[in-house]
Design a protein around this ligand. Sequence first.
Ligand code: FNR
Length: 373
Amino acid sequence: PALDTLINTHDFEQIASRTLAPKTWAFYSSAATDLHSKARNASVYTEVGLRPRILRNVKDVDTRTTMLGQQVALPLFCSPTAMSKLVHPDGEKGIARGCKEMGIPQCVSTSASYPIAEIMQAVAGVGKYGDVVGEMPLFFQLYVDNQREKSEALLKHVEELGVKAIFVTVDAPIPGKREADERISADESISAPMSGDVAKNDKKGGALGRTMGSYIDSSLSWDDMPWLRRNTSLAIVLKGVQTAMDARKAMELGIDAIVLSNHGGRSCDTSPAPLLILLELQKCCPEVFDKMEVFVDGGISRGTDIIKALCLGAKSVGVGRGFLYALNYGQKGVEKYIEILKDELETTMRMLGITDLSQVHPGLVNTRAVDHL
Ligand code: FNR
């Protein structure tokens, strides 16, 4: 179908399910074991209600905000995803161009299809929101390598390139058991230039996440945080915090920001939906929101989802799979995808009676249906 006939993010997903190569669809759409977390990440948003206020002059609305000190056109970022070239030859470069055009940040994975230097080159000169973002805020997602010196070199390299923050993924000490991806054999020519890993098939199957993640260091611990700090002067963001206890620990160690995430349900099945972790933080340690920026990702598909997360304390939200499904249409698909979410966000703000994002607060949502979870 033509891009201009797509009207919501679900359309992109449905078309991807019909048109992507079976292995690509299996790798992108799959999640750990019985897919409970993947489903709950999204369904919890439908159980939280909005509480619109009326008669508030909502003629002009402004979706702009900041993320880690960077100006952004809306509170949305592209979460890091491996192997974007499987859906489109432009891969992460196409996503980067679309994000820059629309004024939102992209977080590039260690397992990206292209080296980050090439991705940065691809966005030079792009961007009609240039007055909003100046230059594109690009973040780097680090999987810490078994060979620590490789990670040290990568950290130095991305800092020299002008990346704005390091997202260290902490919810995947080993890759999750993604059965749909195991069942289809992998093309062993697939490789990730920055991690240096290649796809394999073995007696468990051909899961790209598992066989290409063998370099990830499962010995990484809280004791390594000073090592990280010594090796970058950029903001350090822990991606994959899943309990209030760990959020507090990150805050106490001086971590700059956290992403509440369960890796889109791809790591530990039945781990909590990020919206529920936000609620846990609100109850147990609301001081976390004053000390660190808190982001969420997983299951976001509507402007209403973005507002609900913001009302409960999130500064910005990430989307993973959605950008891969949008990239099915190349850069223009990515732009359209962001445009749809921006449009829905503006609509929701008007319906709620707010005109800028400093006006969000917990009173605009009803969480009673999920308070017992
Ligand atoms: C991911 N994710 C991920 N996370 C990360 O830190 N490094 C990575 O390399 C990847 N790779 C990756 C590949 C694919 C195909 C998917 C779907 C996801 C997780 C990603 O950053 C994010 O947390 C989730 O995708 C968010 O959930 P939604 O938006 O896909 O529901």
